[in-house]
Design a protein around this ligand. Structure first.
Ligand code: UD1
Length: 421
């Protein structure tokens, strides 16, 4: 297993290019199961999660040709079976995204239950209930979701009692081939969900209410779509993480190939702390703050403050004057970075799902352990300002979602090395 050694890097400078969004790429890869024709996807991030889902699709019989490191052609004409195996699904919970498309096209599938996850229970009950409402028979056997819809899926009203991103995406993909209209009430509004809907509408599936909490999808009754080439939207969480790298070191850095409209909650919070920005259509420059003020965050669904940025802002809070209050509303147990940040000297008090961070606290390098994807990026941020050097272990978590993290950070002036344990 590799670990990263980061030496204190007080001032960063320069530009960083933002990759395609992992959380958009995953449903878009699953979407290709709906077509028999070639689909070309560009701006795919070169990260482990995308490779895992590609592997799962290949295992099902998809033919994938990499045209360059960020573009592929995928053909799902010859799917040989519809079982998503435990060995692949256990690596990535988002593998559940093949459930809707497989069931819609082949009327049956078996998907390993994603199982427990480091950031809480994260069940898939909403996905299953929705498929049942659309006419599927589902039972669990041997750790697998066994789903059958011998007469095909029927449009239905799906009311989510919790907003689920991948749950909404699964229903949208299933509904695209179903018979009649499917209405999702309390749908997720994340830009990744919007892109999925837009690609479907550009390719003949009628969808109303895109980007709102009520989406209606008019299914094609089994007619398979042909997809024109498309490009994955920029990763708003990767962008937010680099903005935090600028913020925690109080440096001026520029993010290229990004979309500020997807980052409103993050930019507003950084403004509240004391930062300002120069923004163009595809770039954001963060400018140093005179003074960094403590802040309050409550994580919520989009367009609210993203849970995927909570850990990074906690690292930043250690350098803000006063007590910052961070409340995690989406996932229980998403505070595993707290004990690791404390190892670096952070003053954090936890009470249930609320963390209080007292700043300004000088951090000192230590050995720390990455526990999940975004928690790991918080440790990288803290290491930038920790005195001396910090060894971050188990960085395979970072490889799941951050393309080229080392070279991007090096280009900004960070002194780091990756070594084997
Ligand atoms: C997606 C993102 C993840 C992000 C999360 C919340 C992808 C691939 N991943 O995950 O990065 O952190 O949204 O923005 O896009 N829930 C249930 N039952 C279900 C499904 C979800 O109770 O069947 C609960 C979850 O435990 C959680 C909440 O609903 O409390 C939201 O989860 P959800 O939006 O489904 O997260 P993911 O789609 O897995």
């Amino acid at each position: 297993m590799d670990y990263l050694t980061i030496t204190q890097s007080p001032i960063l400078s320069g530009e960083v290019a933002i990759s395609g969004a992992k959380n958009a790429a995953l449903p878009l890869l699953a979407l290709t199961l709906l077509s028999k024709e070639d689909v070309r996807i560009s701006n795919l991030p070169n990260v482990a999660d995308v490779k895992t889902l590609s592997k799962l699709l290949e295992h099902l019989g998809a033919h994938i040709e990499m045209l360059d490191s960020h573009t592929l052609n995928i053909n799902c004409a010859n799917i040989i079976h519809t079982k998503a195996l435990y060995d692949i699904v256990r690596k990535m919970r988002a593998s559940i995204l093949v459930l809707g498309p497989l069931l819609a096209r082949f009327r049956k599938c078996q998907v390993s239950l994603p199982g427990g996850c480091a950031i809480g229970a994260r069940p898939v009950d909403l996905h299953l209930k929705a498929m049942e409402k659309m006419g599927a028979h589902i039972h669990i056997e041997g750790g697998y979701i066994i789903a059958n819809a011998p007469n095909g899926l029927q449009g239905a009203d799906i009311l989510f009692d919790k907003i689920s991103v991948t749950g909404s995406e699964n229903v949208i993909m299933a509904a695209a081939l179903a018979k009649g209209k499917t209405r999702i009430i309390n749908a997720a509004k994340e830009p990744e969900v919007v892109q999925l809907c837009e690609i479907l509408t550009h390719n003949g599936i009628e969808i109303e209410g895109i980007g709102s909490n009520e989406i209606s999808i008019y299914g094609s009754d089994g007619e398979l779509p042909v997809f024109k080439p498309f490009s994955v939207i920029p990763d708003r969480i990767e962008a937010g993480t680099y903005l935090c790298a600028g913020a925690i070191t109080n440096s001026r850095i520029t993010l290229r190939d990004t979309d500020s409209t997807h980052l409103q909650a993050v930019l507003e919070k950084l403004e509240e702390i004391g930062f300002s920005f120069e923004i163009t259509e595809s770039s954001i420059t963060i400018l140093p703050a005179q003074k960094r003020n403590a802040f309050e965050i409550i994580t919520t669904e989009y367009p609210g403050f993203p849970t995927d940025m909570q850990a990074q802002f906690m690292a930043l809070a250690t350098q803000c004057e006063g007590v910052s209050v961070i409340e995690e509303r989406l996932f229980e147990n998403r505070f595993m970075h707290v004990s690791e940040l404390q190892r670096l000297g952070a003053d954090i008090k936890l009470s249930g799902n609320i963390a209080k961070v007292s700043g300004v606290k000088p951090l000192i390098g230590a050995n720390v352990m990455a526990t999940d994807l975004r928690a790991s990026s918080a440790l990288v941020l803290a290491a930038l300002i920790a005195k001396g050097s910090t060894d971050i272990h188990r960085i395979y978590h970072l490889d799941r979602g951050y393309e080229d993290l080392e070279s991007k950070l090096k280009r900004l002036g960070v002194n780091l090395t990756r070594q084997g344990e």
